[in-house]
Structures are given as structure tokens and as C-alpha cells.
Design a protein around this ligand. Structure first.
Ligand code: FHN
Length: 551
């Protein structure tokens, strides 16, 4: 091949890669974003008038015509940006991300790109402007959520319900210019803490890179998530605590209730669930973006305000173990996660341990140890294990924090295996089938408390059962099942949970997918044994841990 032809071939192969290249966020900007650890997500818009889900209810529970005219009645007269900021600060949140435009296309700011915006409602006020100013005044960072897909916009190729309906005529390039113009408008309310894009239907890495490069040309230190079509600066596991990851920033986004937008009488998480979600997220190396959905009158629901205040009160006492920390050095296990900064390591013990707490030994000397804000404690390191005893009156039902001061920088310690203990003490696990390497992938791996070990099945297995025999009749009202190798999805497609009644098996829960962190709560069940019956799977099922929750 002639040299020029060879060069042209190389350039043509390299071109797509070059087109996907973006100017990365500065290390300082990433560090600042990670130090914040905890932020408020807000899903809000005229859809609050219906109490149904933002975007998704358009064309499903609410006819499109009705949904798209809600804005004409939207008049949240009790909206007060300073009050929202005060709620976030009282929760201990360091940043706020507002849905400026969700999949339904409605814009919460005075955009010049479309009339479908807040200025053409009875409210006639620029919510984004007021919130950006209130955040600045209140000393917390402000970021904007902006839906990459837009099921309302005539140029976007997909529409409601659920973005599954194709539009006859569309123009993605023209829509991309619309998105970029609106991004420029949002950046004008800045400097923004982050640009949080979402659901990049039809957007590939090249198109996403164009958005990122444009935004970074305007605000060089803007931090952008992984939902423009390009991987951006940070990952965004959703409605679950992300896995241990310290080489790339990430943030779990999760609802305080069940729905993203406001829903009357929605089930709200307990304080323990809220705080342990934050602690497990930080222990894995991530931020938590915790969502509220304000009411149609502009108020954040009082019970949610109260729950957030309770989180803030806990954080005020334990801030050293959260803000500015990073995950590790121990990888998380079911009952212990760790955070670290400077010469401090914080062990977060999330459920009471009878007897000594045991973890893999640190590779550095421990200079001192204490219960955070409490008594000093004695640590022992021998035969590769660190152990210590927590005084009986020091246990905290949500998180008992032990602060270790070490000789050196905690960030220099490589990741350590998790501190494990049996997830259901005294129980025994068996299975209908096991991978050929049963020593490594036997059913007992389910109960060892080590998220890195797993029960596995032979390739091609579509159904199997797991049985857990308790050491005595046991009553429980919840179960957590951690499916391994499931990424952001699930290989399990259908399952049922059964309890042993004498010699018969009775089903007490049925489900579809499992995933990395499946959990279910139900009326108390009493049994001597339970079974997880996997009825269908797309790949040979493999489960790393099973836990039960007792009333
Ligand atoms: O469809 C949206 C959903 O409504 C919500 O905004 C979440 C928040 O991360 N993002 C999408 C689902 O992944």
C-alpha cells in the first residue's frame, strides 16, 4: 500500500477515536467534587400536580395532551429557594442538582430556545436562577440535571410513552444544537458544580464528546457525568450503592422515597437506611446524590425535611468520617466499610458484632485508636488480623465508628480484602447444582460475608435452587440478595422465595430480576429453612451473598 494511502487509512481509523476525545476535568475540580461526598437531587416540574413519575407518566398514566398542558396550571407559590437550600444544608448536603429539564422537555428556567418553560406558567419566575443565587448565598454548590433525551421536542427521534415510540420526522443534529444552546444558557447561571445529563438515547460517545468539549470551553472546571453518550468524568450507579471503585469517581443517585418526582404517601426510607446508604456509598469511594421530589405548591414534604434534618444531626457529630474522605482501605463487606483521609482511617461498623471485631491487618502501624468522639480502644494485630473490642455502651445502632490514627498517609495503603463474618450466623447453604470448582464456588460462599466470593453454577444453567437451613426457627421480614457479575443488570430473569413448612415448601415472594443489590421487605416470615428458586436466567446464575433482615 502506498504511504499516503496507508496514512489516510490510519487517519480514517483514528478519526472516530479523536472525535470522542474530551478535555478532562482538572484534578482539582474532581477532588473538590469528591470531597463534597453528599448532595441533594431534586426532581420537580408541573408533573408534581399529578403525583405521578416525571417523564415516564407522560403518555402512560397521563395522556400526552393532558401532561403537556399541566404547565398552564403550575403555580408553586410556596417555592422559596432559600428554604430549599436551608433544608439541604441542615441535611449536611454540600451540593444540589435540580432537574432543569427532564425527559418531558419542560424547562424550569427562562430559556430562549422554547416557550415550553416556567416563564409561561402562572408562576412566571426563573426557578433555576433563584436556586443558583440561593445556593451561592447559602454557601453550597449548584449543579444542573438536563435530560439528554427529550420526548417532547419535535426534533428528537423518540417520544412518549417511555421513549419507545419513534417519531416519523426528526432531526437529531438540530436537536443536538438545541441541547447545546440550552447548556450554554444553564452555564450562564454558573459557575456550576456539575452538569448531570441523563438517558442519552440516540447519543453516542462522539456526540457526547461534542457536548462536553463545548461546556468545558465555557467553564473549564465543570465536572460532567457519564450520561451524554460519553463516559465523562464520573459513573452514576442508580438506586443502588455502587461497587468499591477508587480509580474513577462515581456517585450513587437514589430516592429518599420510591418515586423521583413527588408522590403522595410514597414509602420513605428509614433514617438507618438513609444514613447507611450514605456510609456504604462513601465506603465504596463514591458520592451520594439523594433525591427529594418537592410538592406542587413548592414545598419539600415536611416528613422528608425532618428525615434530612435527622441525617444532618448525625453528620454534624461524625463529619470527620465523611467529608473529604475517600473509600477504603478495606473493601466493603456487609457489616463493615471504611473511609480515610490524612493519617486517619474510619471503620464504620454497620451492625453489632458479638465479641471482637476482626479485619485483615493493616500494612502500617496503628498509633492510636478510639471510638469517634468516644473512649480510646486497644487494637491487636497478629497473624495477619487486626482485632479490637467495642465497649458495650459505645455501640451505635446505625454506625459505630472507630477512628484509627496510623503512622503514614492512609491514601498510600492499597485496597485490603473486606472484613468478613457469616452473613447468617449458624446457617448452612446447599444448592441444586454448583460450578465444577465447588471449593471456590460452593453454596457456602453465599454466607461467608465476603462480597468477593460467590456461589456459581455450570455454564448454561437456566434454573437452580439455593437452600439455607437456619440453626433454629427464624423470623425475618426482609432479604438482600447480591447477584454477582450482574453489572448494572441481572442475569436472573425470574425467581421465587420459598419457606419450609414441615416438609412442604411454600412460596412467600416472587420476582423477576435480581441484580447487584436486590432487596425485598415483606410481612414477617418464620421458617427453619428457605429456598431461592431461580426459575429462569439469561446466563448461569451466580450469587455472592444473601442476608436476612429481622423485625
Ligand atoms: O428516567 C430517569 C429517571 O426519571 C430519573 O431522572 C433517573 C435519575 O438518575 N434517571 C433516569 C433513569 O435512569
Amino acid at each position: 500500500m502506498k504511504p499516503i494511502a496507508c496514512l489516510l487509512t490510519i487517519l480514517s481509523l483514528a478519526a472516530p477515536l479523536v472525535a470522542q476525545q474530551v478535555t478532562p476535568a482538572s484534578p482539582e475540580a474532581i477532588r473538590n467534587w469528591q470531597d463534597a461526598r453528599f448532595g441533594m437531587f431534586i426532581h420537580w416540574g408541573p408533573v408534581a400536580l399529578t403525583g405521578r413519575e416525571i417523564g415516564w407518566s407522560r403518555g402512560s398514566q397521563t395522556p400526552i395532551e393532558e401532561y403537556d398542558n399541566l404547565y398552564k396550571k403550575f403555580n408553586p407559590t410556596k417555592f422559596n429557594a432559600d428554604e430549599w437550600v436551608a433544608v439541604a444544608k441542615a441535611a449536611g448536603m454540600k451540593y444540589m442538582v435540580l432537574t432543569t429539564k427532564h425527559h418531558d422537555g419542560f424547562c424550569l428556567w427562562d430559556t430562549k430556545q422554547t416557550d415550553y418553560n416556567i416563564m409561561n406558567t402562572p408562576f412566571k419566575r426563573d426557578v433555576v436562577k433563584e436556586l443558583a443565587e440561593a445556593c451561592k448565598k447559602g454557601g453550597i454548590a449548584f449543579g444542573t440535571y438536563y435530560s439528554t433525551c427529550d420526548w417532547h421536542h419535535p426534533d428528537f427521534p423518540l417520544t412518549s410513552p417511555g421513549g419507545k415510540t419513534k417519531r416519523e420526522s426528526h432531526n437529531l443534529d438540530r436537536y443536538t444544537e438545541y441541547l447545546k444552546a440550552q447548556t450554554r444558557e444553564l452555564l450562564s447561571y454558573g459557575p456550576l458544580f456539575t452538569l448531570w445529563y441523563d438517558v442519552p438515547q440516540m447519543f453516542d460517545a462522539k456526540r457526547g464528546a461534542g457536548i462536553i468539549n463545548m461546556a468545558r470551553a465555557i467553564q473549564p472546571d465543570i465536572v460532567i457525568n457519564n450520561r451524554t453518550g460519553h463516559k465523562g468524568d464520573y459513573d452514576t450507579p442508580e438506586q443502588r450503592v455502587g461497587g468499591f471503585q477508587i480509580h474513577r469517581p462515581w456517585e450513587t443517585c437514589m430516592t429518599i422515597c420510591r418515586q423521583w418526582a413527588w408522590k403522595p404517601d410514597d414509602k420513605m426510607k428509614s433514617l438507618k437506611e438513609c444514613l447507611q446508604t450514605l456510609i456504604r456509598t462513601n465506603g465504596g469511594g463514591g458520592n451520594l446524590l439523594f433525591n427529594v421530589g418537592p410538592q406542587p405548591d413548592g414545598l419539600i414534604e415536611p416528613r422528608q425535611v425532618e428525615r434530612l434534618k435527622e441525617m444532618g444531626a448525625w453528620l454534624a457529630k461524625n463529619s470527620d468520617a465523611v467529608y473529604g474522605t475517600r473509600g477504603g482501605p478495606w473493601k466493603p463487606s456487609s457489616h463493615i466499610v471504611s473511609t480515610r483521609k490524612g493519617d486517619k482511617i474510619y471503620l464504620h461498623i454497620l451492625s453489632k458484632v458479638d465479641g471482637p471485631v476482626i479485619a485483615p491487618a493493616l500494612p502500617v502501624a496503628i498509633k492510636s485508636a478510639q471510638i469517634l468522639n468516644g473512649p480510646t480502644i486497644k487494637t491487636t494485630t497478629e497473624e495477619g488480623s487486626l482485632s479490637f473490642v467495642v465497649p458495650d455502651n459505645s455501640w451505635d445502632e446505625i454506625d459505630t465508628i472507630v477512628e484509627l490514627t496510623i503512622d503514614g498517609n492512609a491514601m498510600d495503603i492499597p485496597p485490603l480484602k473486606p472484613a468478613t463474618r457469616p452473613s447468617i450466623p449458624g446457617a448452612k447453604a446447599t444448592a441444586s447444582t454448583t460450578h465444577k470448582d465447588s471449593r471456590k464456588h460452593g453454596a457456602d460462599m453465599l454466607l461467608d460475608g465476603d462480597p468477593e466470593s460467590r456461589w456459581a453454577t455450570p455454564d448454561g444453567t437456566k434454573n437452580a435452587w439455593l437452600q439455607i437451613d437456619f440453626d433454629k426457627e427464624t423470623t425475618f421480614n426482609g432479604i438482600t440478595i447480591e447477584e454477582a457479575n450482574s453489572g448494572h443488570g441481572s442475569n436472573v430473569k425470574k425467581f421465587e422465595l420459598q419457606k419450609k413448612d414441615g416438609t412442604t415448601w411454600t412460596t412467600f415472594h416472587r420476582g423477576g430480576a435480581l441484580g447487584a443489590h436486590f432487596s425485598a421487605s415483606f410481612d414477617p416470615v418464620t421458617a427453619s429453612a428457605i429456598r431461592l428458586n431461580i426459575l429462569d436466567a439469561s446466563k448461569s446464575p451466580t450469587i455472592s451473598e444473601i442476608f436476612i433482615q429481622t423485625p
